[in-house]
Ligand binder design. Structure first.
Ligand code: CTP
Length: 235
């Protein structure tokens, strides 16, 4: 029979040695997408990929089998099981669709372009004196598509906002039908090595005070682990 303090120590040992997401398959998207307009130009979103890469690293540290699908960034990929480089939103969607059936958890960190050029010009568009009108068509919302599959993995969305952070993030959580949304202010987070995050789930709001992105990523993985293990994960 163990004494109370020995028992506490044993529990502590177990908690330390069993990684939180041991064997779970985690699929992540990260970075921006780049939507070509012609042979040399395109439109994109401002995203360094740092948060997504940090979360991929934290998930791997937590014992998960990690697939990272990344748009174009200037970062060295973390040590994950599979790394897939993509360029446009359509490539990212295809890569996600090819992997999603195996995923237990989908974390959608990518700043996916909401629009792409209606027509892709194979040649460089030449400059002229007048205005140039560019027709854009919407891209598919990857997170919403995944979250509304008949048997979706546990889905985590991000909301990068410039104003009305919590309100807009809560709207996204409901609209995209995901149990957890991670909200941050775009102007504070883009390119920075630190961030302040607000997690919105069925229980309400949890603030992760400003810290390095890897520290935030580890905190987020702990929160995902807690929610993932709830009996009703949608709540
Ligand atoms: N997302 C996605 N596919 C898209 C657009 C967004 O998977 N085509 C995901 C992002 O990865 C993120 C979440 O949806 O997890 C919210 O993305 P965000 O850019 O903040 O919002 P949007 O839904 O694009 O709405 P808006 O641009 O109007 O804020």
């Amino acid at each position: 029979m163990l004494e109370a303090d020995e028992l506490a120590e044993a529990v502590q040992m177990i908690l330390q040695t069993v990684p939180l997401l041991q064997g779970k398959k985690v699929l992540l998207t990260a970075g921006p997408t780049f939507e070509a307009i012609d042979a040399v130009r395109g439109i994109s979103n401002r995203s360094s990929g740092k948060m997504g890469y940090a979360i991929a690293q934290a998930a791997a540290e937590a014992g998960a089998i990690v697939t990272l699908i990344s748009g174009p960034v200037c970062l060295t990929p973390p040590a994950v099981n599979q790394f897939i480089a993509v360029v446009g939103a359509e490539d990212m969607l295809r890569a996600v669709q090819a992997e999603i059936a195996q995923a237990d958890i989908f974390i959608s960190v990518a700043a996916v372009a909401d629009y792409r050029a209606a027509q892709l010009s194979q040649q460089k568009i030449k400059k002229s004196a007048g205005k140039l009108l560019l027709e854009l068509v919407p891209t598919v919302d990857i997170l919403e598509t995944v979250a509304n599959l008949p048997k979706p993995p546990f889905c985590v969305g991000f909301a990068a906002e410039t104003e009305n952070l919590e309100e807009n993030a809560a709207i996204k959580r409901r609209k995209k039908n995901v149990p957890l949304v991670v909200a941050n202010l775009a102007q504070d987070a883009i390119g920075s090595d630190e961030s302040e995050l607000i997690l919105l789930d069925g229980a309400g709001k949890h603030v992760l005070p400003k810290a390095s992105k890897i520290e935030q990523a580890r905190r987020l993985i702990k929160h995902i682990h807690l929610l993932y293990n709830l009996p009703n994960k949608k709540e």
